[in-house]
Write a protein that binds this ligand. Structure first.
Ligand code: HEM
Length: 398
């Protein structure tokens, strides 16, 4: 059987997606000046030990004056004890109950978006997988849907600018990309700042207001921290879920038996979502830097080195998963690292799972068959640390 990786030649350089696990779990890359970590046990050792492996790594890739402003309040870059404090503050606002309350809205939205489909050909990303998560985040934050195009423009600019990161200094082209990325973050920052200011004077029933009012032991978030957190939610919360939905349909297109099985037995949709996250891990890698000299995977790593932790390779490691290259919609247990692990475990995982479950069930209800369009192949996001579709033209039967 030809799987989606080979069929669409997804990330040719990622050998583990083609059944070839790198020989060594930890390898230094001279060109970019970073360590690649491929093994499951090694990846877990890193993400479960924030004291040794710090998340505050952005300043290694971009000028510190840019990152100090852009990452203040950004949970994903914070270490304990600051991380604990920030996470406590935002967890008070971004609760399981709030997410669960979104179920009927996600249901209605998915149907409304799919009502727009006329004919039997459509691009799943354009019609559903992109707008659904963005509208949900905008709803939660309290941002007007009329600004979606504006947000899409900034999001696209950010994506366009992304490429292989390096700690070596990447020359003019690398800096041009960083500047382009910083420009979109700054413009979006000013936009969000206006909304934060507005919530300080006119509170509403939305997440931005809750963030403005959040208080842990008398400490509150600053405007800049709220802006940066909202920025993280807008970015982390939409492009990843877009990939999840698209990747799942792409896998079902190639694995016909899995498609048939899950359509017949909808109780498998939750395990299908988890298997999709394992098999085509949207956030393929995260980054850490060492706070002391360590030994990992038989290699000596000095303090201050940067590691690229390949969650997607760990998710195919045969020491952690039976038959790791099989797409098994009923895989259980499935201890994949698609949402990370430890203190930085994805805050939005319950929302992403809910969106995945609701949207996939509705797609199965409305379209007995969904196939890739032979005349229009899908396109994929190009940054090496993302694995996911960027467009997914489909042919449907109703
Ligand atoms: C963290 C993946 C959806 C918000 C993470 C991490 C991963 C991840 C791997 C850990 C990063 C690290 O260890 O450095 C995903 C995937 C998603 C998804 C694959 C969809 C399929 C969402 C959504 C939201 C969100 C919907 C919010 C609405 C966050 C936040 C963090 C995070 C705020 C940082 C948590 C922390 O550092 O404490 N995500 N995510 N994510 N994610 Fe997600």
């Amino acid at each position: 059987m030809i799987d989606p990786i080979e069929h669409w030649d997804i990330h040719p350089q990622h050998s583990w997606l083609r059944g070839v696990q790198p020989e060594q779990p930890v390898v230094f890359d001279e060109e970019v000046g970073m360590w690649h970590v491929y093994g499951y046990a090694e990846a877990l050792a890193i993400i479960n030990d924030p004291a040794t492996y710090s998340s505050g790594v952005a300043s290694r890739f971009a000028p510190k004056e840019q990152t100090d402003i852009a990452f203040d309040g950004n949970l994903s870059q914070a270490d304990p004890p600051e991380h604990k404090h920030l996470r406590k503050l935002v967890s008070r606002t971004f609760t399981h109950k709030m997410v669960a309350n979104m179920e009927s809205r996600i249901h209605d939205l998915t149907n409304e978006l799919l009502d727009e489909v006329s004919g039997d050909r459509f691009d799943l990303v354009e019609v559903l997988a992109y707008p659904l998560p963005v509208i949900v985040i905008c709803d939660l934050l309290g941002l007007p849907l009329s600004d979606m195009e504006l947000l899409k423009g900034w999001g696209d600019q950010n994506l366009e600018a992304r490429g292989q990161l390096t700690v070596r200094g990447g020359g003019d082209e690398y800096e041009r990309r960083l500047d382009y990325q910083a420009e979109s973050a700054l413009e979006m920052g000013f936009y969000l700042l206006e909304h934060v200011g507005d919530r300080r004077t006119t509170p509403r029933d939305d997440l931005l207001t809750k963030l403005v009012e959040a208080d842990v032991d008398g400490q509150r978030l600053t405007d800049r921290q709220i802006v940066n957190f909202a920025n993280l939610l807008l970015f982390a919360g939409h492009i990843t879920t877009t990939m999840l939905l698209g990747n799942t349909i792409l896998c079902l297109d190639t694995f016909a038996e899995a498609d048939e099985r899950v359509r017949k037995d909808r109780s498998l949709v939750p395990t299908l979502v988890e298997e999709s996250l394992r098999y085509l891990t949207p956030l393929a890698a995260n980054y850490r830097t060492t706070t002391r000299d360590v030994e990992l995977g038989g290699k000596r790593i000095r303090e201050g080195e940067v590691l690229m932790v390949w969650l997607s390779a760990a998710n195919r490691d045969p020491s952690a998963f039976d038959d790791p290259h099989a797409f098994d919609v009923a895989r259980d247990p499935n201890p994949h690292l698609g949402f990370g692990r430890g203190i930085h475990f994805c805050l939005g995982a319950p929302l992403a799972r809910l969106e995945g479950r609701v949207a996939l069930n509705i797609l199965f209800d409305r379209f007995p068959e969904l196939r890739t369009d032979p005349e229009k192949p899908p396109t994929f996001l190009t940054p090496p640390d993302f694995t996911g579709v960027w467009s997914l033209p489909l042919q449907a039967s109703r």
